[in-house]
Design a protein around this ligand. Structure first.
Ligand SMILES: [Zn+2]
Length: 324
């Protein structure tokens, strides 16, 4: 296994920047200004290191908060490698078969967005891992414990010789954490994106039926607009369900509605969304039988939603009149 632990620093703008990805409008999460990476073996021993500073093209001016956190200067950015050249250098060093590992899940989406923007293949890397997930399996989180790299380095008693938020040093600290984890077992058992999405959708709900995943789509609203996702059939009799016209939010990244079978009564259809790669939406869907609690919650939340909508429409209708 060609395992690369990496860390990115990125610059942001004072105004958000959007770009078009195969027709979908996305918000750029940041423009990479520094890459640090280490190649490790299954024990976490460091075999090789890589680092590069990049010269941003979009967010050219170093944001003051980023300067403070990273210790980088405008001069460091200006003397960095051009974006495409630096990213290509990283890919060449890591290799086409590289599996990337990072502390958290924030860096791969930024990497893929940046690869796309400079015309490199954003399908690389094909596999990546969140090392926090492995860490939490070995060291279950206790009340009040932080998950920043520095707080975990402290908790494990790893000496702090270098500053944090410098890409290569952060990658080296992460490798030191890996040495204290059952790394090989953790990576072998690491769930696929589909499995993670199912897990997030079901959240131990044993009654859910007809669980399906729809991967790598471009439109966030596919759950209600794309026939493939939106057409749901009764788990009992196979008749097509009719959805309520209202979809309610469920958690941070989910939606649900009440759906009626002409023969068997009603169900709740739930979706969970994920944008793990920063470019695509993936969806997991299930159909759940009603319970008295679910019915009460639906009734209450739907009424509140309709009331908010009514107020907003009244305000919008009034708006231009006020200005006039
Ligand atoms: Zn039915």
């Amino acid at each position: 296994m060609n395992l690369i632990v990496f860390d990115l620093e990125w610059n942001i703008g004072y105004k958000p920047k959007t770009f078009t990805y195969h027709g979908a409008e996305l918000t750029l999460r940041g423009e990479i200004i520094q890459i640090g990476a280490v190649r490790i073996n299954a024990r976490g021993d460091v075999l090789d290191t890589f680092e590069v500073n990049l010269r941003p093209r979009i967010f050219r001016k170093l944001q003051h908060h980023i300067a403070k956190v990273t210790g980088l200067s405008q001069g460091d950015l200006d003397s960095g490698l051009p974006m495409r050249e630096g990213l290509q250098k990283f890919i060449d060093w890591a290799g086409p078969d590289a599996e990337l590992a990072e502390w958290g899940l924030d860096d791969v989406p930024v990497l893929k967005q940046n690869l796309f923007l400079v015309g490199l293949d954003e399908r690389w890397p094909a596999h990546w891992y969140d090392l926090q997930r492995l860490f939490l399996q070995a060291y279950p989180r206790k009340e009040g414990e932080g998950m920043t790299l520095e707080s975990v380095v402290d908790r494990l008693g790893i000496p702090k010789e270098e500053p944090f938020h410098h890409a290569l040093d952060d990658a080296l600290y992460t490798a030191k954490i890996c040495r204290k984890l059952p790394l090989a077992e953790g990576l072998a058992a690491y769930p696929t994106e589909e499995e993670q999405l199912r897990e997030a959708l079901l959240d131990a709900d044993a009654a859910a039926r007809d669980v399906r995943v729809f991967m790598d789509r471009l439109d966030h609203d596919d759950y209600r607009n794309a026939e493939e996702l939106n057409a749901v059939f009764c788990p009992e009799c196979g008749a097509r369900l009719t959805h309520d016209e209202v979809w309610l939010k469920r958690g941070n990244t989910g939606y649900y509605t009440r759906s009626t079978c002409p023969y068997c009564g009603h169900w709740y259809v739930r979706f969970k969304l994920s944008r793990r790669d920063g470019l695509h939406w993936s969806f997991a869907r299930c159909t759940c039988p009603p319970t008295p609690e679910a019915d009460a919650r639906w009734k209450k939340q739907r009424a509140a939603f309709v009331e908010r909508l009514r107020r907003r429409q009244a305000r919008d209708a009034q708006g231009p009149a006020d200005e006039a």
